[in-house]
Design a protein around this ligand. Structure first.
Ligand SMILES: C[S@@+](CC[C@H](N)C(=O)[O-])C[C@H]1O[C@@H](n2cnc3c(N)ncnc32)[C@H](O)[C@@H]1O
Length: 229
């Protein structure tokens, strides 16, 4: 790397984040704000696990422009990211959600129904690795979004990569972990897990990897295809 990376860093203040949200088009609607409010009322600080609307709008956009018809999500909680993903699907598209706990899904279903996307979402309750392994051999996805236990990410990547269609890709959430990945004093298990994930992905020869500074860090992964002459 030759250029000074600090010259290209955008200081993202809360005001600038607000400005971004205020300039989304289409704007954030009442289903999203209602789900955020209901999640905070029922789950308190855990509501911070919901993705933000800027990231959600990007997820919807990526589903749309990639033409994805089959999408998987690992880690659904109260269904915020699933809501955005499902809104990007065409009629007849499917979103398969793998979530450990049934309770948060109750709120998710209310929002999905209000948005008119409930019929395209299936939820499989239990450990996601078991759920993915139990899918039919011919189950394929165009896009996989991973946002669950941080120590499990590499396992989810390896379970989902063989399920991708030829142009399919994965999106891994929280890969910058509030910037804690570069704090040498932070040796929390989740921080270490994300560091190991990022290092392992950067060292692999079978995937292309682009860490994006969206939300809490969103890494795009896809199988590397040989360049043909
Ligand atoms: C960060 S939250 C997901 C937030 C959600 N994507 C959203 O935007 O609203 C992580 C979720 O992963 C789930 N989870 C943790 N370990 C899991 C596992 N082994 N299998 C499936 N889900 C898991 C948790 O129960 C939790 O609901």
């Amino acid at each position: 790397m030759t250029a000074d990376p600090s010259t290209r860093v955008l200081p993202l203040s809360p005001e600038l984040q607000r400005y971004v949200l205020d300039h989304l088009n289409p704007p954030v609607d009442a289903v999203v704000t209602g789900l955020a409010r209901a999640t905070a009322e029922r789950f308190g600080d855990l509501a911070g696990m919901n993705i933000g609307a800027d990231q959600g709008a990007l997820l919807r956009f990526l589903v749309q422009i990639s033409g994805a018809r089959s999408v998987a999500e690992v880690g659904t909680f109260t269904g915020m990211s699933a809501l955005w993903l499902a809104r990007g699907l065409p009629a007849g598209g499917r979103l398969t959600c793998f979530e450990l706990r049934p309770e948060p899904i109750e709120l998710a279903r209310v929002a999905w129904s209000a948005a008119g996307v409930a019929d395209r979402i299936e939820v499989i309750i239990g450990p996601a690795l078991d759920g993915i392994a139990a899918m039919p051999d011919d189950w394929r996805i165009d896009l996989g979004f991973v946002d669950a236990d941080k120590g499990g990410y590499l396992g989810y990547v390896d379970a989902l990569l063989p399920r991708l269609t030829p142009t399919g890709f994965l999106l891994l959430d929280n890969t910058l972990w509030s910037g804690r990945v570069i704090d040498p004093h932070d040796t929390e298990p989740d921080t270490e897990a994300i560091r190991q994930l990022n290092a392992a992905l950067a060292a692999r020869g079978d995937v292309d990897v682009v860490p994006l500074t969206v939300g809490d860090g969103l890494t795009v992964v896809r199988p590397r295809t040989p360049i043909e002459d």
